[in-house]
Design a protein around this ligand. Structure first.
Ligand code: NAD
Length: 311
């Protein structure tokens, strides 16, 4: 039976991933400081293959002990997103970068590492070409820089697969409403209006279930994929912000959209991304933006919970 360590396993991606890995009968250990919530993993505690450690990835002794006990290591713990990292610079560098560098020192031959980074490292892309894995990285935030440096560190090792993720969307047990699609649908429902800056800015998107499926695929096909970095996004979802908003408005007819010209979006990311490399290796993201928007509309329409803005 495969033993997998997921740090940050109570987070947005982690809680969905760990649920799936347990469904597939893997033995899963989560190390998470529960910075935001513990309710995202409560449904897992009656599973005999689930082991939970409330702790910090900066605790070297604990991390080493858990790495030794597991074959696959999926380090998701981190301060995620540019604004959060700007607010907590030291912690962001310590958790996102230094703890990953330490991990590369302590992993053994038997260990297999799957690392998730962001495609926001592409910064501002060419107007005519899609960014592929050869495109130079030019991160414009501390978050982006810590992730790019950490990716460089892990890729020096042999048994590693790295995914550069598109902007993730969809529901998770720990919900994030700062991610662009989630955020637009959330605001559209709560405020019935959206204000849009620089509507022509382009992005690539991917549903959270496809991220989870890609990780499961990479566990089953590790030798076939290893020692490589892959963009991971939904190829049919390379869209401008305006195109995304039009898709939301199609489902929420009452939505009023105000486009502000001559004002800069603090987030200057603007690029299209090619996902051909991973698709050639046999994995293709499937969940459409429409499906994700439908899901999010139902979640936010029915939710009486207050979404905590902890990012
Ligand atoms: N969500 C995305 O769109 C996206 C895109 C690209 C890459 N990623 C990467 O995926 C990973 C997970 O992102 P997410 O969206 O699930 O974020 P998240 O904020 O929901 O989850 C992060 C988890 O890490 C935990 N954590 C934070 N600091 C810790 C520490 N010092 N020790 C132990 N646990 C700690 C938090 O409690 C939280 O549960 C991150 O590495 C992120 O960079 C996410």
């Amino acid at each position: 039976m495969k033993r997998i360590l997921v740090t940050g396993g109570a987070g947005y991606i982690g809680s969905k991933l760990v649920t799936k890995l347990l469904d597939l009968n893997f033995k899963v250990t989560v190390l998470d400081s529960l910075k935001y919530t513990s309710s995202s993993i409560n449904h897992l505690f009656n599973n005999k293959n689930f082991y939970f450690y409330k702790g910090d990835v900066r605790d070297k002794k604990l991390l080493k002990k858990l790495v030794n006990k597991n074959e696959y290591i999926i380090p998701l713990a981190g301060l995620v997103g540019a604004p959060l990292c700007e607010k907590n610079k030291k912690e962001a560098t310590a958790v996102n970068l230094n703890s990953i560098k330490y991990l590369t020192k302590i992993i053994k031959k038997k260990n297999k590492l799957i690392y998730l980074t962001t495609n926001s490292g592409y910064g501002v892309g060419s107007k005519t070409k899609y960014c592929d894995e050869q495109t130079s990285l030019n991160p414009i935030s501390l978050y982006g820089r810590t992730k790019v440096e950490a990716e460089k560190a892990v890729m020096k090792k042999n048994n590693v697969i790295a995914f550069r993720l598109a902007t993730v969307f969809g529901y998770s047990y720990r919900m994030r409403t700062d991610l662009l699609v989630n955020n637009f649908v959330y605001k559209s429902i709560k405020d019935k209006k959206l204000t849009l800056y620089e509507p022509h800015f382009r992005r690539n998107y991917i549903h959270i279930n496809d991220v989870v499926e890609a990780i499961v695929y990479s566990i089953s096909n590790f030798a076939h994929l290893k020692s490589n970095v892959y963009n991971l996004g939904l190829s049919s979802a390379n869209l401008t912000k305006l195109m995304l908003v039009k898709k939301i408005k199609k489902k929420l007819k009452y939505l009023k959209v105000k486009i502000i010209k001559n004002k800069k979006d603090p987030d200057q990311r603007d690029y299209f991304v090619s996902n051909k490399k991973i698709e050639k290796k046999g994995f293709k993201a499937k969940t459409s933006l429409e499906q994700g928007i439908d899901e999010l509309i139902k979640v936010f329409n029915n939710s009486s919970e207050k979404v905590i803005n902890n990012y």
